[in-house]
Ligand binder design. Structure first.
Ligand code: PEP
Length: 265
């Protein structure tokens, strides 16, 4: 396989699983092996994204293993700096512990009413505070079946990814997650995901130019497992994965290992 120029990212979205105690226990289970794998292969980044209340506990475990390069990410944040926003977390709070923040996950869009405009404000706030946003986009099953994927993705890209400075545009990570593939055990085909991901890169090229589009990391998400990650990583335009269900098990370590094996071929 041709050497990929962009460093791969395997991010684990733990969703609403593992409070501080269980999160620390699980992190202690996976971090040594994950860290060892990442020492063997430098062109991969792995990011653990536990629930907000467990970030400090996992940060402590990562700090016990300073050589591992494993990063920490939040699953969401608010765009305001501080103030009367009960229950929300500010970018500065996230950046004390994390390098990364997942934004606009379909579960947040569906259950908590997040719009492209809100996601865009959050992404801009993340970039202002030196956080790497992983911005999720993807179509519903009905839209997929009606052949509307391209149109939906176009709209999400134009609105969720608007108004970044040219300088910051390359720091963004996009996760293409067809909603019908999330948590269903029915992953997209590599060809299908690859086609949408190439479209996203083209649209980004139109918005921010070829340098930002070339550096942009685009991940696939939706029922990724140790059995299928190799196929996705073999596609030239897919730069990694956002993993949900399989990220709260030992499978996550296996996914990182399979990714490295594929990239080394
Ligand atoms: C996700 O939650 O972003 C996700 C892709 O979930 P799963 O891997 O379980 O489909």
């Amino acid at each position: 396989m041709a050497i990929k120029t962009r460093t791969a990212i395997i991010a684990g979205n733990w969703k609403m699983n593992y409070g501080p105690q269980l999160a620390a226990n699980f992190a202690r289970d996976i971090v040594p092996e994950l860290g060892r794998l990442m020492l063997l292969y430098e062109r991969i980044m792995s990011i653990l994204c536990p629930p907000a209340i467990s970030l400090a506990a996992v940060r402590q475990v990562l700090d016990e293993h300073p050589l591992t390069r494993i990063e920490l990410g939040a699953q969401n944040m608010y765009y305001e700096e501080k103030g009367a926003f009960t229950g929300e977390i500010a970018p500065t709070m996230v950046s004390e512990l994390c390098s990364t923040v997942i934004l606009g996950h379909s579960e947040r869009r569906t259950y908590f009413g997040e719009t492209d405009e809100m996601v865009n404000k959050k992404a801009q706030a993340a970039l202002r505070h030196g956080l790497r946003p992983i911005i999720c986009i993807g179509e519903h099953l009905e839209q997929y079946e009606a052949g509307q994927t391209e149109q939906v993705i176009r709209t999400q890209v134009l609105h969720s990814l608007a108004n970044f400075s040219a300088q910051r545009a390359a720091d963004v990570v996009i996760a293409y997650e067809p909603i019908w593939a999330i948590g269903t055990g029915k992953a997209a085909t590599v060809e299908g995901a690859g086609k949408v991901i190439s479209l996203i890169r083209e649209l980004y090229n139109d918005m921010y130019g070829s340098e930002a589009a070339t550096d942009l990391r685009i991940l696939y998400g939706g029922s990724v497992t140790p059995a299928n990650i190799g196929e996705f990583m073999a596609h030239a335009d897919i730069d990694g994965a956002l993993v949900g269900g399989a990220s709260i098990k030992q499978d996550f370590v296996e996914i990182v290992q399979k990714t490295i094996e594929t990239l080394e071929q």
